[in-house]
Every structure is written in C-alpha cells, then in structure tokens.
Ligand binder design. Structure first.
Ligand code: NAP
Length: 267
C-alpha cells in the first residue's frame, strides 16, 4: 500500500493552484491538509466558488498555517516575493517545499539551498513542470555543444509578473554549462531602441513576449552558417504542468537536499 502524503498549498484560487487542487483531489494517496490564501480565512476550500470539493482549512496567516498544519509537502504557486517567504517558512518547519512559483533570484536560490542543507529538508524548485519543457531544455543543451550561437524567445500570457521566464533562464544556464562562452551578434552592434536585443546571459539573448492567448511557449533557435535549428515547446493547457507537480511531490519525500529543475529527478 502507498503511504499517504499530506500536502498544503499556497495560491489555491490561482490558475496553477486550482489545477493543482484538482490533481491532489484525483491522486489517491495525496491528502490536502490546508491552504494559504489572501482571502477566505477560516473557510474550507470546498466553500470557495470554483474550487474542488476538498475539506481543508484556509489560512491567510502563513506563519499560523505552517505551525498548525501537519503537512509533509508544501506546494507554492503564488508570486516570487510571497513564494520566497513561504519557502523559507516551510524549510524552517521541516515541511518539504515543491515550488512552481518562478522568478527567484540566484541569491535567493543559493540561500534556499543553504537553508535546505542546514535543515536537512528536501526541496524541489522547478521553473517548468511540463515534461516536454524539461526535454526541450535537455535537447537544447545537447545542441548547444555543436551550435554555440543561440537565442531564446519565450512567450507567456500577459499576467505573468517575471521576465525573462524561469524556464528561459534555466535553459540559458544549462546551455552555458556546455557552450564555449562568446558574445553574439556583430561586435559593433548597437541598439537604436532600448531592449531591442533582449536580455543577455553569457552573450546569449533572451526575448520575452507577453500577450493574452499564450500559456507558456519557448523557442530555442540555433544558428550556424547555412542552417538554423529550432527547438519549440508549447504548453496549451495548464494540465501540462500537473504530472510534473505530482512527480515532484512524490520525489521530494525521498530526498533531504536541494533540487533545482525537474530534470535532476528524472532518469
Ligand atoms: P495566478 O493565477 O496569478 O495565481 C497566483 C495566486 O497566488 C493568486 O490566487 C493570488 O491571489 C495568490 N497570492 C498572491 N499573493 C499571495 C499571498 N500573499 N498568499 C497567498 N496567496 C497569494 O498565477 P499562476 O498563473 O497560477 O502562476 C503562479 C506561479 O506559478 C507564477 O509564479 C508562475 O510564473 C508560476 N508558474 C510555474 C509553472 C511551472 O511549471 N513551474 C507553470 C506556470 C506558472 P490573488 O488572486 O488574491 O492575487
């Protein structure tokens, strides 16, 4: 028999949070013990319009939620500032975080890594829970060895708060591990309008598009004389992220260290 995993979640009314609640409801050995939200203090999830029929209390005070709830795993799907505070609280309370919230800085990630180590508590932070996106990043890293000239175009809905996306930054970081460092474009190029060449990481350029109609899409374009190679991933529904969230919840129970990126849990 599989052991029950007690889960708490922050951001239940959000687009991702609502999908995650449905995933928890449909997973036999996951048990929702409570949520952190900005509204509905003291109510149950099932009393809130549009949320699944789950009987779990809502707390607006995160400190109180972490002290009171007997959770094994904490899922955060809020925003970078809130998510960072919640993640530290979870680690201090030895509740294993699974973090989908994107936009943490490199310094924040380093601090969480150290806190996970000192608390000996496992944590998974994944800029993208879609398995296809994880493969896109892995294939991009493979290609970059042979195609060092690369630019990334990421496209998201216009309610996204951070840019570039966590997935684009992670992709560039993975490429940096294998690519010979170089500045791209003409040595004398200059922008006639600020931002025309996008953000830059180790000479690679990242362009962020924000429009209604998109969920999450990314193209990694490699160029070489006489040929281009494009690796494209498109999330057309937020359900695409949920098998990854479920996998991360199961896997975080088996580790006592910091993991950044779902690919580091996959065979
Ligand atoms: P969303 O629809 O805006 O949901 C965010 C939710 O967080 C909202 O319900 C918001 O409440 C709530 N919230 C804000 N501050 C809070 C606080 N202090 N305490 C508790 N709840 C709070 O955003 P989303 O599209 O679901 O995305 C959520 C996060 O997941 C973002 O960081 C996004 O980039 C990330 N994301 C990750 C992946 C992945 O695969 N890793 C995929 C897609 C998105 P209000 O409505 O009251 O503001």
């Amino acid at each position: 028999m599989t052991n029950t995993i007690n889960v708490m979640l922050a951001g239940p009314r959000g687009k991702m949070g609502t999908e995650a609640l449905k995933m928890i409801e449909n997973t036999e050995n996951f048990n929702l013990v409570g949520c952190i939200d900005r509204k509905h203090n003291g109510q149950s999830i099932k009393e809130v319009d549009g949320l699944p029929n789950l009987d779990a209390p809502i707390y607006t005070d995160a400190v109180e939620a972490f002290e009171r709830l007997n959770a094994d795993v904490f899922i955060d799907l809020t925003n970078p500032e809130t998510g960072y505070k919640h993640t530290k609280l979870a680690l201090h309370n030895h509740i294993r975080p699974v973090i989908g919230t994107s936009g943490f800085s490199e310094e924040q990630l380093e601090e969480l890594k150290q806190l996970s180590s000192s608390q000996q508590t496992g944590i998974v932070i994944a800029p993208n829970f879609a398995i296809g996106a994880v493969l896109m990043m892995r294939f991009s890293q493979m290609a970059a060895k042979y195609f060092p000239n690369v630019e990334i175009i990421e496209k998201h809905h216009d309610e996204k708060l951070d840019a570039p996306s966590g997935t684009a930054v992670k992709t560039a970081q993975l490429i940096r591990e294998v690519r010979t460092s170089q500045k791209q474009g003409h040595p004398d190029e200059h922008e006639t309008m600020d931002g025309a060449r996008g953000a830059e990481l180790d000479g690679m350029h990242i362009h962020s598009i924000r429009l209604p109609g998109f969920i999450a899409q990314q193209e990694v374009i490699f160029g070489q004389s006489g040929q281009t190679l494009t690796i494209n991933h498109n999330s057309t529904d937020r359900q695409s992220f949920m098998s990854g969230v479920k996998f991360a919840v199961e896997e975080v129970m088996k580790i006592d260290h910091f993991v950044y990126g779902l690919e580091n849990l996959m065979e």
